[in-house]
Design a protein around this ligand. Structure first.
Ligand code: NAP
Length: 251
């Protein structure tokens, strides 16, 4: 008996990284899983590696038509939707004076507008069935990070979005929470190492040294927190952001 037997979980940006680790964990605990990602082929391959109860859905979360089609397909193919994890993300890092309008718009589009569109499309189903779980993805960068004015603003925006939906949707049996990961070893942080012209292992070691638990995080660390917040054990928790960062945010 799994915690998510009979549930359908949609995870965006789940073809790899944190999203994939989270999708795998939901499937291991009994959920039917929709892996939503920009590239339909990558999403389908990731789903195939998880097993027969997972499907891959190509979707750009920053595009309303694409989002509505993706949610409709999930409901038609998996029989409903109970859990939404807004995980898709990009970075376009630069110091403010070099940051372009496009860098700003792209980051806002995927993180903030993407979470808005996906949650709006899912909540119709959640409200009708008086049941739903939303887990949004903030970041320790919400607290401020040099070179990430766009990303930091979007990730703190996610926390305000989460608190507001906690208030609005709570009466309909819907919990809305967020996780704020610290340094997690994925292609996103490997790309940051490349941008800084650093060796990936050296970059990970430096980030491990910088937090109290002296290791980097892995997608499994985030999956554990997300599945807890999406479980019925967490039904008295809403509007919260849980930092999963090895204590980095403690100062
Ligand atoms: P990742 O490895 O770069 O994976 C992100 C996934 O999102 C990719 O598969 C990407 O697809 C997809 N994606 C990008 N834009 C999309 C769009 N418009 N529609 C649908 N999918 C889209 O990143 P990650 O490290 O796993 O990060 C996952 C989430 O955690 C992000 O929200 C990130 O900001 C957050 N986070 C990460 C860390 C960290 O240390 N890794 C820390 C804090 C927060 P493409 O490959 O096709 O672009």
């Amino acid at each position: 008996m799994g915690r998510f037997d009979g549930r359908v979980a949609v995870i965006t940006g789940a073809a790899r990284g944190i999203g994939f680790g989270t999708a795998k964990r939901f499937a291991e605990e009994g959920a039917k899983v929709a892996i939503v990602d920009l590239d339909e082929t990558a999403a389908s391959e990731a789903a195939a590696s998880i097993g027969e109860h997972a499907i891959g859905v190509g979707c750009d979360v920053s595009n309303a038509e694409s989002v509505d089609a993706a949610i409709a397909r999930v409901v038609a193919e998996l029989g409903g939707i109970h859990i939404l994890v807004n995980n898709a993300g990009i970075t376009r890092d630069n110091l403010l004076f070099k940051m372009t309008e496009l860098d700003w718009d792209l980051v806002m589009g995927v993180h903030l507008k993407g979470a808005f569109l996906m949650t709006k499309a899912a909540q119709k189903h959640f409200v009708e069935q008086k049941y739903g779980k939303v887990v949004n993805t903030s970041s320790i960068s919400a607290l401020g990070n040099r070179g990430q004015a766009n990303y930091s603003a979007a990730k703190m925006g996610i926390q305000g979005f989460t608190r507001t939906l906690g208030i609005e949707l709570g009466p309909f049996g819907i919990n809305v929470n967020a996780i704020a990961p610290g340094f997690i070893a994925t292609e996103m942080t490997d790309a940051t190492a490349a941008r800084l012209k650093m060796d990936v292992d050296e970059f990970r070691r430096l980030n491990a040294d910088a937090n109290p638990v002296k290791r980097v995080g892995y997608p499994e660390d985030i999956a554990a927190a997300v599945t807890f917040l999406a479980s019925d054990e967490a039904s008295y928790i809403t509007g919260q952001t849980l930092y999963v960062d090895g204590g980095s945010s403690l100062g």
